[in-house]
Design a protein around this ligand. Structure first.
Ligand code: HEC
Length: 239
């Protein structure tokens, strides 16, 4: 008992320090969630040609396969293994597995090229399922600068929009650096974290130029350039 008391006292030297210490764990949790979520999405991106192959039936992209590949990518990115006992990471892994299970009939259809199954669609489904599994403890979401949003479900809320417009777009802001803040959401204490992402060459077939041209998905290209800010992964953790 005494030990616990001393520890608590030591992290609460001042109101401010106590506060930052209290959110240190959330920063790691949010960063890990965003990294795992992006790893899963990158697996779909790597396999897009395979998924779009009309000549091939079974694509071999089962839930287990995509989860295993996502774990590998996470390790490359984070320099450590996924912690499957961590409830936040577990929810994302399970969501990836569920989404791929449901996607099997869609992606394995023979004779059809583009099937509408692309990284952002996968990500939207994983975000919804993972957030459901975390039932009120946390929410994860893929979003983007307002003017780029194609799916209204991905629209940034006020906090996300402010982070994108006033932090990520600020001249000289360090590329790739996440922004986080202890704040409130609907009156509840929350730790919010947002990780910017930039268009790679592989994204430009749909999001690049010429602006307004129709892409393979039937949507309109944004006319973006390589390395432009294209989106963000947003994580909210409730206290
Ligand atoms: C095959 C075309 C295609 C490719 C390639 C592609 N996207 Fe998208 N992207 C889309 C479509 C279509 C949507 C809307 C998805 C939906 O309806 O949920 C979208 C949505 C998004 C969103 C969510 C915001 C929104 O508009 O709803 C982000 C962020 C995004 N894409 C970033 C990227 C990045 C980064 C890459 C490359 C790593 C990429 N996309 C590659 C077609 C594509």
């Amino acid at each position: 008992m005494k030990k616990i008391y001393l520890y608590t006292a030591s992290i609460c030297i001042s109101g401010l320090f106590c506060f930052s210490a209290a959110y240190a764990g959330e920063e790691d949790t949010a960063k890990e969630m965003a990294a795992l979520f992006s790893s899963g999405r990158a697996v779909i991106s790597d396999n897009q040609d395979q998924i779009n192959n009309a000549d091939l039936g079974d694509k071999g992209l089962t839930g287990d396969v995509v989860v295993a590949k996502a774990k590998e990518k996470y390790k490359e990115k984070m320099g450590k293994d996924v912690d499957a006992n961590d409830p936040y990471q577990k929810a994302i892994l399970e969501a990836i597995g569920d989404v791929m299970k449901d996607a099997q009939p869609v992606i394995n259809e023979k004779g059809k090229g583009f099937k509408g199954f692309l990284p952002a669609v996968f990500a939207g489904q994983v975000a919804t399922k993972a957030s459901e599994k975390l039932s009120g403890k946390a929410v994860i979401k893929l979003t983007a600068p307002k003017e780029l949003v194609r799916n209204r479900k991905n629209r940034p809320d006020d906090w996300e929009s402010k982070a994108i417009e006033e932090t990520f777009k600020k001249a000289g802001y360090e590329k790739g650096k996440a922004f986080s803040e202890a704040t409130t959401v609907d009156g509840k204490n929350a730790f919010r974290f947002i990780q910017p992402e930039y268009y790679k060459q592989s994204c430009l077939s749909c999001h690049g130029g010429p602006k307004g041209e129709t892409d393979i998905s039937g949507g309109k290209k944004e006319g973006a350039n390589l390395d432009d800010l294209g989106g963000a992964v947003s994580v909210t953790i409730f206290k």
